[in-house]
Design a protein around this ligand. Sequence first.
Ligand SMILES: Cc1cc2ncn([C@H]3O[C@H](COP(=O)(O)O)[C@@H](O)[C@H]3O)c2cc1C
Ligand SMILES: O=C(O)c1cccnc1
Length: 347
Amino acid sequence: MGLLKETTAKINDLDHQVMKQAEERVNHLIKPVGSLGKIEKLLIQLAGITRNPFPEIHNKAVIVMAADHGVYKEGIASNPQEITAIQTKFFPQGATGVCAFAKQTNSKVVTVDIGIDGDVSTTPGVIHRKIKYGTDNMVNGPAMTREEAIRSIEVGIEVAMEQMNQGVNLFATGEMGIGNTTASSAITSVVLGLDPKETTWLGANYPEEKMAHKINVIRKAIQVNQPDPKDGIDILSKVGGLEIGGMAGIMIGCAANRCPVVMDGYISAASALIASLIEPKVKDYIIPSHLSVEIGAIKALEYLGLKPMLDLDLRLGEGSGAVLAFNLVEAAVMMNKEMFTFEEAGF
Ligand SMILES: Cc1cc2ncn([C@H]3O[C@H](COP(=O)(O)O)[C@@H](O)[C@H]3O)c2cc1C
Ligand SMILES: O=C(O)c1cccnc1
């Protein structure tokens, strides 16, 4: 059995008994029942994931999966493709948006070349797991083979497990890949059964007056490839991306090892759609972070039944919003640990 099948088979339900125990305590803390809203729900989810009524966060990491997209050639992005490689070199230097928030939250940034169309192999701090030099152009046929798609998910599982072995027990999904909002819109359109007009927006400042072109490219890619809307690997291979597969793998690897994983914006949501088609229980292990400005993100989150905690008009990616939400995950842990119950307070 391959790593993906093996890992997926290990994914179980949340521990509802421990969740009840955690809920009981949360309801007895010295505050009106329910008054800490989503922070309370978060603590109960953490308890169910970790099987611990007093969940603890030891080490936090955001995994940034970097890759390029063959569909770039269709003119669907406003930035040069080389930015993927250039920007990837800045993650280990601590110089990108997500790095700033990672410093603020005392978390590690792990950068992975899973499919950059360029060479970053001499850059210290980048983990080399390149599957190929960018995907193929999805308007002409599949972005990658089914085997490559499975491999991309397995790279995510492997990287997550390596980090768990080093003591990380809270993850965030991040990415860098010029053109990846196009792949994300294609995935969201296929899974939700929507026309790309309903899922496509600015990405990294694509001009509004050219939006009809981006939408048409996505329509064409779906029409040419006819992905099976029920088969996550088929969708990933035909209209997805290597970094999107990598992030789906992080989610699957976390779920299999009962580890919480915080999801970032639109591209992460596309990964969650793929991961949850492969194994629906993965959703229970995902902590949504923020509501991306991208119109497709709102719909993907609704479809997944995940309610974001933050609404900050973010549209960067890299895992930036997920790392910001690390603060909220730690707040939930602290609420549970620090607050008295009515009994403890001697009421
Ligand atoms: C300098 C720079 C840094 C970024 N960091 C994240 N993205 C974000 O923008 C890209 C997706 O948008 P699109 O589909 O329009 O290309 C991804 O790399 C995403 O992570 C960036 C984009 C740029 C230009
Ligand atoms: O929501 C995101 O993650 C996003 C949106 C635009 C560009 N890059 C990322």
